[in-house]
Design a protein around this ligand. Structure first.
Ligand code: KMH
Ligand code: ZN
Length: 277
């Protein structure tokens, strides 16, 4: 068994800066967070960006500047979100790939998302997957519900392996409308993941209070970890998260306890088939 791949998802598209002042929303805040998280043991940064009003945006110029700045300042694998916010149109989400990330997320189906709907039609999924193949962008397949793993099986059967040849899945658990963030649900996913191409890896994140049970279950099942303020704003009962670094440090501690220490960025690139820069 390998070490632990740690992804930090520092910002997301759902929380407001007014409600969560520690959320990194400017480019400077994002880069500073990324550097500190890399030093602690993160290997991937999953990126959503904000505009001058700290609102979610998929502005192409800002996305490009973000990719450039993160590359200049860190060796983290830069994974842009193609999910955006639930209000983002498909064309803008596809255009995220034009910003030239090394990785991008690719969600495997539509899911209710709190009061909204996170829309991912089959034709859109195929479009994202094939564009990433053509451009050498390595996908992280985001899974919000069990059946989305079956959709991934069908996608790979019909349209082939992703760029880099390695399949990596991220279980996003505990979204209101998606699968629960429990060890049982993770084990159910694990059974299906075993039927995906040999060597398929998975990470998992639990939204809100499911963060810790999902982390423990994932590490126990040989999985990897995604943490960050996109998913978790409460560190413990009655105690707000102070920073993304606090969440990464907790994940690193757990990985070390499990005797699966954090993968370096070079090891992560090797595992995922992301070219060395
Ligand atoms: N913000 C969610 C609607 C992704 O980044 O690809 C979608 C999301 C998934 O966060
Ligand atoms: Zn995201």
């Amino acid at each position: 068994m390998t070490g632990t791949l740690i992804t930090v998802a520092p910002t997301g598209a759902e929380s407001s800066k007014a409600a969560v002042p520690a959320l990194p929303v400017t480019l400077d805040e994002l880069v500073a967070t990324a550097k500190e998280c890399e030093a602690l043991g993160a290997a991937i940064v999953h990126v959503h960006i904000r505009d001058d009003a700290a609102e979610p945006t998929l502005d192409q110029g800002r996305l490009r500047a973000t990719v450039t700045a993160l590359r200049e300042s860190t060796d983290l694998i830069v994974q842009l979100s193609s999910g955006g916010a639930v209000t983002d149109p498909e064309a803008a989400r596809l255009a995220v790939l034009d910003a030239g990330p090394e990785m991008a997320s690719c969600t495997m189906g539509t899911v209710n998302f709190g009061d909204g709907v996170f829309l991912n039609r089959w034709e859109f999924i195929v479009d994202l997957h094939t564009r990433m193949q053509e451009r050498g962008i390595v996908p992280e397949y985001e899974i919000f519900d069990l059946g989305q793993l079956t959709t991934l099986q069908v996608l790979l059967d019909r349209h082939g392996l992703p760029a880099g040849g390695h399949v990596h899945v991220d279980l996003v658990m505990g979204v209101p409308g998606g699968m629960p963030g429990t060890a049982d649900a993770l084990v159910a996913c694990h059974r299906v993941i075993r039927d995906l191409p040999a060597g398929t890896t998975f990470s998992a994140t639990g939204i809100g209070r499911s963060s810790i049970p999902v982390m423990l279950a994932s590490v126990s099942a040989g999985g990897h970890l995604r943490v960050g303020m996109e998913d978790t704003l409460t560190y413990a009962k009655g105690r707000a998260v102070e920073s993304n670094m606090q969440l990464v440090a907790r994940a690193v501690g757990l990985a070390q306890l499990a005797q699966r220490p954090p993968l370096t960025t070079a090891e992560a690139r090797d595992l995922l088939g992301v070219p060395v820069r």
